[in-house]
Design a protein around this ligand. Structure first.
Ligand code: W6P
Length: 387
């Protein structure tokens, strides 16, 4: 199982950058040309195995202590199963074949939903090991792993959704996503989670271009907004808990929307005391938070006040079950960068922090930020990442 020349054959093939611009054009063409969806199926059949093979190879190159971890093994097995299943399929030529393939694809996408948690759990267990744990540098591995995961899911879900036509959507892309509505939705859920965890919540004030819309994938924006709001609210509650018992007196989180021609920037400002200088780099590392072990408020001290709330929110689709595993911020930045945007944090220690989420409009001048679907193991200095 661990050595498979088929995997190597696929790793050797270059992956193609699929831009969302292309996907939008493709999706529009599919509306009147019903051979487009067959072509779409074949692109999926061609691209997914190459990307999965690279991840399989990356997993094989991990240190022994990581590969043998049961959670990581489970991820490996799921990737292998998916890789094998897809390459066994005959190339889609007819609509009946496409329907069959789409059902299969949907099942595979669903089967991979728990893999993010499995990856996080495996990483957490390994990094806890004395001596070896502290020497693991898996941030590059996880960046590649999760960037690839985003791309595979976009590719798969775009195809799955081409067939079901929803008004205002082209596949998974909402062509006029209303930013204020997306924020309201995320605020409502985050407030609920905050109340459940701490018994209090902060208000969230909105300002700026509140009628702005952007073509975007709603689930991606929702994930990022939820993460930023969670961090902001948690910082405020931890800093002010005990000082002010009436939640009206908690300083609100301010969200400002700024819409420009090519992009939209959201600034999420909190007065949660900010992030200590020595923690500023750490917040972007995977698995930095210790909140899963220490869910009590304030137990981990001011330096950790940015950390995520414990995993109390499990909304539809289980997208938020990452809470407490420390993937929230780096994964949000990957989502932002995936479509050419970015996520930055500016801290005023002693006062609060501002998160700047920049999103490029997916149409117009936008181009896919093509992070090479490169297998770490093909890099000459790969060993350097895994001491
Ligand atoms: C903090 C740390 C943080 C991260 C992300 C967003 C907002 C905030 N506030 O204190």
């Amino acid at each position: 199982r661990f050595y498979d020349s088929t995997v190597e054959k696929f790793v050797a093939q270059p992956t193609e950058a699929l831009s969302l611009q292309q996907m939008l054009e493709f999706g529009r063409a599919a509306l009147y040309d019903n051979t487009k969806i067959l072509e779409s199926a074949r692109i999926v059949q061609r691209e997914l195995p190459k990307r999965l093979a690279r991840r399989l190879m990356d997993l094989q190159f991990l240190p022994y202590i990581v590969v043998t971890n049961p959670h990581i093994k489970r991820v490996y097995d799921a990737y292998y199963h998916t890789f094998d299943t897809i390459i066994q399929q005959p190339l889609v030529q007819t609509h009946t074949e496409n329907e069959h393939f789409t059902v299969l694809l949907k099942r595979l996408v669903d089967e991979h939903a728990p893999m993010l948690d499995a990856l996080a759990a495996g990483l957490r267990e390994c990094s806890r090991k004395p001596f070896v744990g502290q020497k693991l540098h898996l941030d590059n591995f996880l960046d590649n792993m999760l960037h690839s995961r985003i791309s595979r899911r976009v590719i798969a879900e775009q195809h799955i959704n081409l067939a079901n036509r929803r008004p205002g959507f082209i596949g998974v892309i909402c062509t006029d996503l209303n930013i204020r509505e997306a924020i309201d939705f995320a605020v409502q859920r985050t407030k609920q989670a905050c109340t459940e965890t701490y018994g209090v919540t902060t208000e969230v004030l909105l300002s700026g271009d509140i009628s702005a819309t952007i073509p975007y994938i709603p689930t991606h924006l929702d994930y990022m907004l939820h993460e930023l709001l969670k961090n902001a609210m948690r910082a405020v509650v931890e800093r002010h808990h005990g000082h002010m018992s009436l939640h009206k007196l908690l300083p609100p989180v301010h969200v400002r929307i700024c819409a420009a021609a090519q992009d939209i920037t959201l600034r999420v400002s909190d007065q949660g005391g900010g992030i200590a200088d020595e923690s500023l780099d750490e917040v972007w590392r995977y698995g930095y938070t210790t909140i899963a072990d220490e869910p009590s408020v304030g137990a981990s001290g001011a330096a950790n006040s940015w950390a995520e709330m414990a995993g109390t929110t499990t909304p539809a689709g289980g997208r938020y079950r990452m809470g407490g595993l420390g993937f929230g911020l780096p994964l949000s930045r990957l989502y932002a960068r995936y479509f050419g945007g970015d996520l930055q944090l500016v801290s005023m220690p002693g006062y609060g922090a501002d998160a700047y989420l920049n999103l490029k409009r997916l149409e117009g001048e936008w181009q896919e930020h093509h992070v090479e679907e490169q297998s770490e193991s093909l890099l000459s200095d790969a060993v350097g990442h895994y001491p």
